[in-house]
Design a binder for this molecule. Structure first.
Ligand code: AMP
Length: 188
């Protein structure tokens, strides 16, 4: 089993690259953002709890996020590999993920960060805001999401870097070229 964390700020292209990686390698895709959106859309008890937080662009508390993720992993005992997208976003989440994978007799084998400058990603999300109707793509909320990334999530990078597990891919350029760079990491 090979497991991958795909890391990057909002608008870095994680969703696009995830789709391509799943098609090629058959990963089970676990996107905490998609899971939270599913819960809010279906008005589940968890959805009710996180709706306001998500709409504001803030991060959902670790405890809620980690237990949702663990439940999702446990639903897929036959998976040959997981692709974690949008998780971990804090150091406690990264530590919990390692501990959980270890308990399951596996590990995180690859951590790939899509590197996109703040200016480029603000431009990309502004474009997406015009094309999507995600409530958290509105300007103020978007700023909050980008700020959450640069104040909290960015600390996850040195966590993996110190352990020599982080690989960085330039996230600016042709989708295909970025995809190829990720595949090269996974196949070497
Ligand atoms: P995303 O689609 O990954 O940008 O996630 C959308 C929203 O879901 C975020 O702005 C957070 O409110 C929440 N969320 C998703 N993943 C996490 C996470 N790992 N930790 C905390 N909150 C999260």
């Amino acid at each position: 089993m090979r497991n991958l964390v795909l890391f990057g700020p909002p608008g870095a292209g994680k969703g696009t690259q995830s789709e391509k990686l799943i098609a090629k390698y058959g990963f089970v895709h676990i996107s905490t953002g998609d899971l939270f959106r599913w819960h809010t859309k279906n008005d589940t008890p968890l959805g009710k709890k996180v709706k306001e937080i998500m709409n504001s662009g803030a991060l959902v508390p670790d405890e809620i996020t980690i237990s949702m993720l663990q439940e999702e992993v446990s639903k897929n005992p036959d998976a040959t590999g997981f692709l974690f997208d949008g998780f971990p976003r804090t150091v406690p989440q990264a530590e919990a993920l390692d501990a959980f994978m270890k308990k399951n007799g596996t590990a995180i084998h690859y951590v790939i960060a899509l590197d996109v400058s703040e200016a480029e990603l603000r431009a990309r999300i502004a474009k997406r805001r015009n094309e999507s109707n995600r409530p958290d793509d509105e300007e103020e909320k978007l700023n909050k999401r980008v700020n959450e990334y640069f104040t909290k999530t960015v600390h996850v990078l040195p966590f993996y870097e110190k352990q020599g597990r982080l690989k960085t891919v330039n996230g600016i350029g042709e989708i295909e070229n970025i995809f190829k760079a990720i595949c090269t990491i996974l196949e070497n």
